[in-house]
Design a protein around this ligand. Structure first.
Ligand code: 261
Length: 407
């Protein structure tokens, strides 16, 4: 794909590594100077303001769901993120039943609370922990893993899979000639995919003859004529989508909520003392550091212009929701975490037909996880000796989160 207008020199100099370390300074400038911009290092456009993201993300008459070439290389087709029309309706209809709020309310307490308690118990006597590796990620993967029917897969294995898929999915960098800048970066994803199939194939074989109440068993059977199941090749790309984003992001959201609250110790105290504030704390954290920072895109079916940028049909526009959620037109001091800010809606769960199907489930996992953590360890404190580094352009959250407490 070629740039359709002059790309200012400073945009041409943006690198993947800089975006991954801290995308905010570039995006602040893009929102002001060029809200829909072609980024040569990525080989596609990014939508950076709330208005542009809503216009592109919310209008399926003109815009089809799509993922980046690196995303497609990682998941294969068809998957729920880049399927459209009847194919999307079919996949979306398959994943939605177990994620509907009324259905989630039926099972989520019994599913998540014991898991959260177990991981709190594993750390509470130690007086210190990296909350990302020892609490947020395990609670996130175990909750969804058990819902999907993956009780036999360890939490560490599920964490390894999402990390490998994530590295591959966000390996978006291209050279000037369009070739991958880092072809080696897809190897972890290839490994994870092969291993996932080796582990899931026998489970699928079993569910075909012995359906149970796991989500994956329902994916195989629901809505199919008697005696038939969905072909597993039709399922795997969407299974990979879930084993990445749905496994990783509730953990990111929990960790970012804690990190955000630690920037305002008085707000942290209030939330620990009053668990009813946890939902609000999570919502503000999703705005402040959106876990899916820029990982879904759209492609236009006809020529169009957005925010002054002409886009010929077939352009790829990445929805940088993490930037839209820092739009100065919508939020005061957007880079500040503030539990008390007026609750303006955010775009962390996306918009339009491809908006997140798991927003309620994910929010409930985070709520119950943080309730259990703060209840069991109310004197939790940030380890001031350790920096909190956030990482990621596609997906973003704290890499580690060191805490200590009196036992
Ligand atoms: C379940 C949602 O997962 C994803 C969302 C956006 C990009 C990649 C994902 O795996």
């Amino acid at each position: 794909m070629t740039a359709v207008h002059e790309t200012p020199a400073w945009i041409a100099e943006i690198t993947m590594a800089e975006l991954e370390r801290n995308p905010y300074p570039f995006y602040e400038r893009l929102r002001k100077e060029c809200p829909v911009a072609f980024i040569p290092a990525l080989g596609f456009h990014v939508a950076t303001t709330k208005e542009a993201c809503q216009e592109v993300g919310g209008n399926s008459d003109i815009w089809d769901g799509l993922i980046s070439p690196a995303g497609g290389r990682t998941f294969g087709h068809p998957n729920v993120l880049n399927a459209n029309g009847p194919e999307h309706d079919e996949l979306r209809g398959m994943v939605e039943p177990s994620l509907q709020p009324a259905e989630v309310n039926r099972y989520v307490e019994d599913l998540v609370r014991p898991i959260a308690r177990r991981y709190v118990e594993a750390i509470e006597d130690a007086g210190r922990a990296d909350l990302v590796a020892q609490f947020c990620e395990p609670v996130s993967v175990r909750s969804l893993g058990d819902l999907m029917g993956l009780q036999s897969v360890s939490s560490d294995k599920l964490r390894e899979w999402f990390h490998k898929l994530s590295v591959s999915f966000t390996n978006a960098g291209v050279l000037e000639n369009g070739d991958w800048a880092n072809p080696e970066g897809f190897k972890p994803g290839d490994e994870a995919r092969a291993e996932i199939r080796a582990v899931l194939d026998p489970l699928i074989d079993k569910w075909i003859v012995e359906p149970d109440d796991s989500a994956l068993s329902h994916w195989l059977h629901d809505g199919m004529p008697e005696g038939q199941v969905r072909d597993r090749e039709q399922l795997y790309p969407t299974v990979f989508v879930f084993l990445l984003g749905a496994m990783q992001e509730p953990g990111h959201a929990m960790a970012s909520t804690i990190a955000g609250l630690w920037t305002k110790p008085e707000q942290f105290e209030r939330v620990v003392d009053d668990p009813k504030l946890i939902r609000r704390a999570i919502t503000e954290s999703m705005r402040w550091t959106s876990p899916i920072w820029s990982a879904v895109a759209r492609t236009n079916k006809v020529d169009t212009t957005v925010a002054g940028t002409f886009l010929p049909a077939g352009s790829l526009v990445m929805l940088s929701y993490g930037s839209a959620n820092h739009d100065e037109n919508d939020y005061n001091a957007p880079s500040e975490y503030d539990l008390d800010r007026a609750p303006v809606p955010h775009l962390a769960f996306g918009a339009g037909k491809h908006a997140c199907a798991g927003s309620y489930f994910a929010s409930e996992v985070c709520r119950i996880g943080l309730e259990e953590l703060f209840e069991a360890i109310p004197n939790l404190e940030r380890d001031e000796d350790k920096e909190i580094d956030f990482w990621g352009w596609g997906f973003r959250g704290p890499v580690e989160l060191h805490a200590h407490w009196e036992v």
